[in-house]
Design a protein around this ligand. Sequence first.
Ligand code: PMP
Length: 409
Amino acid sequence: MTESPRGTRLDPWHGSYAARTQGMRASEIRSLFAVANRPEVVSLAGGMPNLADLPMERYADTIAQMLRMHGSRALQYGSGQGEVELRERITEVMSLEAVNAHPDDVVVTTGSQQALDLLARIFLDPGDVVVAEAPSYVGALGVFRAYEADVVHTPMDDEGLVPEAFEETLSRLKREGRRVKVLYTIPNFQNPGGVTMSLARRHAVIEVARRHGVLILEDDPYGLLSFDGEPLPAMASIAPDDVVFLGSFSKTFAPGYRVGWAHAPHAIRERLVLANESAILCPSNASQLSVAAYLANFDWRAQIKDFRVMYAERRDALVSALAEYIPNASWTTPEGGFFVWVRLPAGLDAREMLPRAVTARVAYVPGTAFFADGAGSTHMRLSFCYPTPERIVEGVRRLAGVVNAEADL
Ligand code: PMP
């Protein structure tokens, strides 16, 4: 087999790819997930919201009416910053977490995932450091890697990110001559940790970040999905000049429209709009007006309350099934969101165990997915958002069979 001048025979363009593509890795577990999505498998792996309770018929009428009235706008190009009527609605949503937002400071994006990409684009040079919780959201790690930044993890406990350890991490990196630009944090119902940062910790973390000149990216797709009481004030409400807040309609309404946003201090917002224009010209007007029509015509606050009740019931099903079937593991009990973080009984490796779990018709995400440095094999993320409570219990029962067989090996 001969090599083409440009690279391997399999991919003649091999030698032409930008260096940054080396950081873009397909998930090692993607092939397993093709199997995990079969109906006979209970998937505790994905983070898909449950949309069954949305009033589909009535919403279909609302969209038809929106298109009749505003079709020429909905189907046209729009502003790189996003439609103002949606940005106004977004400030109402943010007020539920005590942020006094202004529509001018909101940039609409194609899901908050794209906001992460834009922020990485405007802040990160190769070799810059992003500090993130240990563990952290796999999709954000992928973005930072794609911009050739290094993620350094800092520990959490059951009150969230530990400020003293964060300070220590920053001081160490400084001594090593590293440039830390950003703290990436998910303070509410963390993905995958299921932990919420207490109010005192929010203040303390902001204080440390300020002292070191580190910008905070507050990623908050789950903040309104609290099971016990109202959401805590967002970090952006405490320190609006030091925090970029990322929000999303994916979990509180529907991910299919791909509508999220960034709320940022003025100067950052300007660069975000430029970056958005160069990336996509403008976010989809059809999606934005469809979300705005939902917010205008439906009692979305009541809908979120219904979601909270539904997800709380599923969380309960998951943690009580763990207590019943895998009592020798330990886990977080989230007060909202979608995820429980499980430490396996000693000696078990979640990544090695996954093929056997899928054979037993249950799927999860091994902890290694949530670390930039290969740690996490003793843990797994279980999500309770999508399967019914009965299926969740059945899934944990199957998982217990695999764990026990593994422990006997
Ligand atoms: N951040 C976190 C923490 C998430 O869990 C997700 C979705 N899984 C996203 C961002 C991206 O959400 P979206 O692009 O759908 O708004």
